[in-house]
Design a protein around this ligand. Structure first.
Ligand SMILES: [Zn+2]
Length: 581
């Protein structure tokens, strides 16, 4: 990084600082502003997040998925009066984190305190106003940790109104700081709500706090593009103390643009229902939290005690892959590795070498202990043994660069490791944030490898822009998409031949989706049978398929929500997801 480049980064960081989306939660309301910049950031990661969400929701259907919770470090700052009195007690802090952990366990996350509590004794900050923010963060915020500042009162300097707390979306600077008023920290729901914003969840009523302003329709037809951008939360005109009764039931009669009556969920943690009502995240909200933790929030690290590892190989074309795992943790005195996601400890040395001999995508989980406490790092579907099979005849690369294009190179290789095409390093500053495209023609029955590298090791997303790459098949389906590539990643593809036995994801479709009554499955090959699962992995319905007529399914009896349908053919299967609304 040269000086000009650093200066440019600093200017961009300042701009992001000025515009980044701020989410204020009041006792009754939030002054939520979903800025164009925050939206732009979310749009840039949406494709990757969608792949990870689907992975998360499907994970209970395979045995290669770890059920360990990934540990997320919190730096807790307790603000007291100058004489050291007042402030949240340690018992209250531990209770608040325990409440949050019981909720976030369903997102496969748990929170732990990084290096105890930082006490800040300052009368001025004890009566915190939002214009104190710059000083507070400059003096006390720890980089790359979730900082939570607990103080007596949080007041908006602009409006003078009292806030419960506030947090920011990922994407930009100072997004790792959360402010909490002590009275709200212990109410059981507001801390989880604010941390929801930290993991890119919006309110269920969407990006605007004017009552009834949501454009999300009750029938779910525009749920991906408006409202809270989550499809398994009901459209919400905005809840309050008037339209939710003491039993947490919605009593309003607001209608949407189709004259359908809203049926919002007052139990949802991201709603404006009273604090006591809010107890749950929907499955897709949980999946989004988990996905954002693996992408935008992947930089969180507690330098004193942190679980982290890397592998020298993560992909292979055939069924044999030997991998050297290197521990990059800090503060560990013992290590436990589950290298295939089956929840059985395989190794207890610091660094391990393992040979995989069965096709599959495997979670890898490392648990470390410092003698007193244990924390985990889970990498979802980290090891991919055997190539992803595709029937496409071309693969198209779309690459969006970050602010350091000269760090990025890529190559596409055939089975003999001959380079078919390559790109980069790109030019600085000409290619800053630029998008590059290339198309590769592939032949049947061969293995191909795509490799992408970042010489600085910080990937192409996150710290210096929102870059990412995606590889698309003929039908524009996404074969792989990623931005957080560290020093580099590789992906293998096997170009299968289209035969009567072919049963690939590209040859299967499901429509309409979402649906309330009927869904139709279209498949080039008729499957032998199917099973429908809920998000808990429970089988709800299994049926044999004799003809295409059996692939028109009535789903009226299912409750609203996300489901999976597993189609079986010979020894293979494919899983599709759909939404009943
Ligand atoms: Zn909020």
């Amino acid at each position: 990084m040269n000086f000009t480049k650093s200066l440019k980064s600093a200017v961009i960081l300042l701009l992001i600082f000025a515009y980044s989306g701020t989410v204020y939660s009041q006792n009754d309301d939030c002054g939520f502003v979903y800025t164009p910049e925050a939206k732009l950031y979310f749009d840039s990661i949406k494709d990757r997040v969608k792949v990870l969400e689907e992975q998360f929701l499907q994970q209970r259907l395979t045995s290669r998925n770890s059920t360990l919770l990934s540990s997320v470090a919190i730096k807790a700052h307790i603000i007291r009066q100058t004489d050291g009195t007042g402030g949240l007690t340690v018992i209250e802090l531990n209770d608040a984190i325990a409440d949050m952990n019981s909720i976030y366990a369903d997102a496969a996350l748990e929170f732990y305190l990084c290096e105890g509590i930082n006490y800040i004794d300052d009368d001025n900050l004890y009566d915190y106003e939002t214009y104190d923010e710059a000083d507070l963060f400059a003096d006390h915020s720890v980089n790359e940790v979730m900082n939570i500042f607990f103080t007596d009162a949080v007041v908006s300097s602009g409006s003078g109104s009292s806030l419960c707390g506030y947090a920011r979306f990922p994407g930009g600077t100072i997004t790792e700081n959360i402010l909490m008023a002590n009275s709200c920290a212990t109410n059981g729901s507001t801390l989880s709500h604010e941390v929801g914003h930290f993991f890119a969840l919006t309110h269920t009523h969407g990006d605007n706090n004017d009552f009834g302003s949501t454009e999300e329709l009750v029938d779910g037809s525009n749920c991906e593009s408006t409202g809270d951008f989550i499809c398994d939360t009901a459209a919400d005109p905005q809840l309050n103390y008037i339209n939710v009764d003491i039993n947490c039931l919605y009593t309003g009669n607001t209608q949407d643009a189709n004259n359908d009556f809203y049926q919002p969920d007052p139990l949802n943690l991201m709603s404006y229902a009273s604090k006591e009502c809010r107890t749950i995240f929907s499955p897709q909200q949980l999946a989004r939290i988990n996905a954002i933790n693996q992408t935008s929030r992947d930089n969180l690290i507690c330098t004193a005690f942190n679980a982290e590892f890397i592998a020298d190989e993560t992909d292979s074309c055939d069924a044999n892959l030997t991998v050297n795992f290197t521990d990059n943790s800090s503060g560990a005195t013992s290590w436990s590795w589950d290298i295939d996601g089956d929840d059985i400890i395989d190794y207890t040395t610091q660094n391990v070498t393992h040979t995989y001999s069965t096709y599959g995508d495997y979670d890898v989980a490392l648990t470390i202990s410092d003698g007193t406490n244990s924390i985990n790092k889970v990498k979802s579907q980290y090891i991919n043994v055997g190539a992803q099979e595709t029937t496409t005849t071309t693969i198209t690369l779309n690459l969006t660069l970050d602010n350091f294009p000269m760090e990025t190179t890529w190559q596409f290789l055939d089975e003999n490791n001959t380079v078919i095409d390559s790109g980069g390093p790109y030019q600085d500053p000409l290619d800053d944030y630029a998008t590059k495209t290339a198309t590769f023609t592939i032949s049947p029955d061969l293995c191909y490898k795509f490799e992408i590298f970042d010489t600085y090791g910080d990937g192409i997303c996150c710290a210096s822009g929102n870059g990412f790459y995606e590889l698309l098949a003929d039908d524009n389906s996404v074969l792989v998409t990623e931005g957080d590539i560290g020093f580099g990643v590789s992906n293998n593809f096997f170009s299968g031949t289209l035969s009567t036995n072919n049963f690939s994801k590209a040859s299967i479709g499901l429509f309409p989706n979402p649906s309330s009554t009927l869904i139709t499955i279209k498949s080039e090959t008729t499957p032998d049978s199917y099973s429908i699962y809920n998000t808990l992995g429970q089988v709800l319905r299994t049926s044999k398929v004799k003809s295409d007529a059996d692939l028109k399914l009535n789903i009226e009896a299912l409750n609203d929500g996300i489901y999976f349908i597993k189609l079986n053919k010979d020894n293979g299967n494919q899983v599709l997801s759909f939404i009943k609304n």
